[in-house]
Structures are given as C-alpha cells and as structure tokens.
Write a protein that binds this ligand. Structure first.
Ligand SMILES: [Fe+2]
Ligand SMILES: [Fe+2]
Length: 366
C-alpha cells in the first residue's frame, strides 16, 4: 500500500454492520411498478455542476424567508423583530446552516443505505431502482455540502438522526432498512424539504431543493410500492417486528429529550453570535397564542403525524396495537389538541397521503 491516509476530521471508529446479500437469477421484469420507477429515475437524472447556477451569491435579504424549522415561527417573535438586519441575517444563516447540515448528514446515510439495498433486496427491479437512488443520494450530498459551504459551515449531526441512521445501516433485515430509510428518514426529509422549498425566496436554495425534492418523492414512492407489496406476505410476528422498528425510529424523532438536546445545541450556537437565547424563548412563550393564530391552518402536524404515520398506514404497518403506542407517545410530546384525546380521534386526524407526492412536495397540492 502507498502512504495514502485518511486525515479528514470526520474519520471515526467504523460502524459494524451485518447484512445478508442476495443474488437474484431472474433478470426479467417482475415487479412492474418498480421497473417503471427505475426507468423514470434514469430519465430524470440531473447534473449538479451543469444544471444549477452556482455562480449566484446567496441573496441575504431573500434568505431571511427561509424557515428556521421550529414548531412556531421564531422569526415572527418581537425579540427577533427587534434585532438589527445584520443580527437577523447571522441568526438565520447559522440556524439554517445547522438544519441544512442535518439534511446533508441524512443524505450521506441515505447514500449508504441505498447502496446496501442494491445488495440486500431480493428482486432485480428493486436492485435496479436502488442503484438509481444511490446515484441520486450522491448528488444530494454534493449539492447540500456545496450550498452549506457558501452559507455557513458544516455542523455536527443531531444524535437522534444518527441513532436512526445507525439502526438502519446495522439491521440485517432488508425490509427494516426500507422502512427506516424510505419511510421514516425520507418521510421526515420530504416534509422538511417541502416546507423549506416552498417558503424560502432565496433563488439558489429554492432551485436545489426543487431538484432534490423531486428525487425524494420518487424514493418515497419506491418504499411505499415495494413495502405494500411485501407486507401481506409476512406472518404476524414479522409484521409486528417491522411495525416496532418504524415506531422506535419515529419515536426518537419526536422524543422531548432529543428535542432538548437539539435546542441546547442551537441555543449555544445563537449565544456564540451574540443572540440572547433566553430572551428569545421568553418572547416565544409569551407570544405563543398569537403566533399560533397567525399560522395558516393553525399549528402544523409535523413530519411524524403529518407524513410518516400516513405512509405506514398505507403500507399496512399501522395496526391498532402500534397506533395506540403512537398516540401515547405523541400525546406525551405534543399538545392534546393536535393529537386527539383518544385513539379514535387520533386515527381520524391522520391525513391521507397525497395522491401525487411529487406535486405535493412542490406545493402544487395542499
Ligand atoms: Fe436524498
Ligand atoms: Fe432519498
């Protein structure tokens, strides 16, 4: 070997994974809808360097419309409004940098899981599709890294996201990989990309999120179409195991302790740039009711209730047993009026999946 060494700061101990690799000797199309999706994905390939105009500087004024990712609009609080234009820009810049960094790390996880799926899924059409997704995810890592470098700096991964990615990479069960990645992680991503893409007025960010969101809606379709075909073939124990895997992943996204860790990191970052985080949160608490009223359609359901659970229901992975547990932990972590007081109300409030996810993600459907 030469003296080639990995010297980047991201080097860390390896993650041990075990995975069953499956050869498939039938090369004929078998799962028609996945074969069609593979062709569609091949036709929709884009090149980040060629198709996105990277020469444009980030438009500071327009960037201020980028949502900060909090449950309530922080940027409408009286504290935020009292900041100078420069302070507003600094706060929006680093908060969005933090959020985009987690998109970036999630994309790296997706890249590695998609590559694992090529090996692990048993159908040729599904292997072909996963190969196109691997290419898509590489491009997503490329564009988010590039945009963050223009905006801010790459910030560390949130521990809850890391937990889900590790569990998805480590499981030897290909259906759990599909559920962890295509339904939970990509469900979260689609929901967040949609919100950021539709609200930000910053042209470069809007452009790249448009490209990425289109790819992601295909990845979600792959998960849904494949899993809903496979679930009826499982016995009860296998189905319950799969439901529980999804539940654990979704739970770590919502868990208040994880939210607290997240908030602590963000507040630390704000303090470093001279923002009084305590004053900001005090003004948020005092103005909570008014801010909620100003939000179109009231408080948003969030990615788990608004998208991940509807997807699981569509795939046949929301039995009454597991729905009860979703209701319990969502009630512990969110307000009762969003979740419903009992299981029946909770189930009634779960929205249907949009008929055309690609149109939904681009804001063409509510
Ligand atoms: Fe992606
Ligand atoms: Fe994806």
């Amino acid at each position: 070997m030469s003296d080639f060494r990995i010297t980047t700061s991201t080097q860390e101990p390896d993650l041990d994974t075990s995975m069953k690799v499956i050869y498939q000797w039938n090369y004929e199309p078998e799962v028609e809808e996945l074969r069609r999706l593979y062709v569609k994905a091949a036709e929709a390939q884009w090149v980040a360097e060629r198709d996105v105009d990277w020469e444009r500087p980030i438009d500071h004024e327009k960037f201020s419309s980028t949502p900060l990712g909090a449950a309530l609009p922080l940027e409408q609080t009286s504290y935020f409004q009292s900041l100078t234009t420069e302070q507003k820009w600094q706060m929006t810049r680093c908060t969005a940098g933090f959020r985009l960094s987690n998109f970036l790390h999630g994309e790296q996880g997706a890249l590695m899981v998609a590559a694992q799926l090529v090996n692990a899924v048993p159908h040729t059409d599904a292997k072909f599709y996963a190969a196109t997704q691997t290419m898509d995810e590489a491009r997503h890592v490329e564009v988010f890294a590039r945009y963050i470098n223009k905006l801010d700096e790459v910030r560390p991964i949130a521990p809850a996201l890391r937990t889900i990615l590790d569990a998805t990479l480590q499981t030897e069960d290909w259906m759990k990989k599909l559920v962890g990645m295509q339904i939970v992680v990509e469900g979260l991503a689609l929901y967040s990309f949609r919100e950021m893409r539709n609200l930000t007025q910053e042209p470069l960010l809007k452009d790249l999120l448009t490209y990425v969101a289109r790819d992601e809606s295909r990845h979600h379709a792959y998960g849904v179409q494949y899993i809903e075909r496979c679930v009826p073939c499982l016995n009860d124990t296998q189905r319950e195991e799969l439901e529980d895997f999804a539940l654990e992943a979704a739970r770590s996204l919502i868990d208040q302790r994880n939210q607290q860790t997240f908030l602590t990191s963000v507040m630390q970052m704000w303090t470093e740039i001279g923002i009084d985080s305590v004053a900001l949160l005090t003004s948020l608490r005092a103005e909570r009711d008014e801010l909620t009223r100003s939000m179109p359609g009231g408080r948003r359901l969030g990615p788990v209730q608004g998208f991940v659970i509807p997807t699981l229901r569509r795939c046949g992975l929301l039995s009454e047993r597991v729905a009860k547990r979703y209701h319990e932990f969502l009630r512990e972590n969110l307000s009762g009026n969003l979740v419903g007081d009992n299981l029946e109300e909770f189930l009634k409030r779960i929205p249907d999946l949009p008929e055309d996810t690609a149109a939904w993600v681009l804001g063409e459907l509510q």
